[in-house]
Design a protein around this ligand. Structure first.
Ligand code: ZN
Length: 278
């Protein structure tokens, strides 16, 4: 048994299949810390608590709760052009190595935060996000999943004009404006999924589906990405990796986010992010 974790109003919580949450410090009489980083340091305790949820009374439902990012990341890696259909819509060549850039951690916000556009060229990208649990260097792809704390969902909001304002392009700045990194709503351990390498992900704008794919379509798999990044630098607990977005982004059609637009992003088993553009 694994766990489905959420940060509700700054407090460690677990989430059941119905989307109700349970405050970990209160349900365990203080055995598990209310501090998310401390709670995520003992995964066995989280799994044991998750298995007891059926006998507990929920503290509330995630709908309408103050959900914060499940982790406060150290490094935020992101991968461009990691779905073949998105490579095609971008008129680019298939990459021969992962195209890695950074989102600065200061852009990370909760799963239902407003996105401050500050640009006429802001675009959406739904992604599955990997959270590293056990760090390491030179991690073999075959061992990579042992280093994964869990999976969450993210929006890699991108200012396309800023992203390509310089040559070579500076992806890092174009994807790191304040609020450009919604993350959540839950952080789910790999063993909670029937197949953690094949998750549906989708994104709608004002209810119209724009992106709809599965992570089994990734060019470089989660294991490949961990092996690649750890061959360059030591990965540490709390590092996160945005794994790439499928086709259907607005920029390739010249359509950009407008104030008032609502971005709804969903990943199977993880939940929904709802972000209003202001
Ligand atoms: Zn992206």
């Amino acid at each position: 048994m694994g766990f489905r974790f959420a940060n509700v109003a700054g407090r460690s919580s677990l989430v059941d299949d119905a989307g109700d949450f349970y405050d970990l410090e209160r349900m365990t009489g203080g055995d598990i810390s209310a501090d998310p980083e401390a709670a995520l340091a003992d995964l066995d305790a989280l799994s044991a608590a998750q298995s007891r949820l059926d006998d507990m009374t929920p503290f509330g439902t995630l709908d309408g709760a103050d959900i914060r990012p499940p982790v406060t990341p150290r490094n935020v890696f992101a991968v461009g052009l990691n779905y073949a259909d998105h490579v095609a819509e971008s008129n680019m060549e298939l990459p021969t190595a992962p195209l890695v850039f950074t989102k600065f951690p200061s852009c990370i916000v909760g799963p239902n935060a407003d996105v401050e556009l500050r640009s006429e060229h802001a675009d959406y990208e739904v992604e599955v996000v990997v959270v590293i649990g056990t760090g390491g260097r030179d991690i073999a792809a075959a061992d990579a999943w042992d280093h994964v704390l869990g999976l969450t969902a993210g929006q890699d909001i991108s200012d396309r004009a800023l992203q390509f304002a310089a040559q070579p392009p500076h992806f890092d700045l174009g994807k790191s404006r304040d609020t450009y990194g919604p993350l959540g709503p839950t952080l789910v351990s790999p063993d909670m999924f029937a197949d953690a390498t094949d998750l549906a992900l989708s994104c709608s704008i004002n209810g119209e589906v724009r992106q709809d794919s599965r992570t089994s379509n990734l060019i470089f798999s989660i294991a490949d990405l961990i092996a690649y990044l750890s061959s360059i630098m030591t990965l540490a607990p709390g590092d996160i990796i945005f794994t790439g977005t499928p086709d259907g982004v607005g920029g390739s059609k010249g359509i950009f986010l407008q104030p008032g637009d609502v971005i709804t992003s969903e990943v199977e088993g993880i939940g929904t992010l709802t972000n209003r553009c202001i």
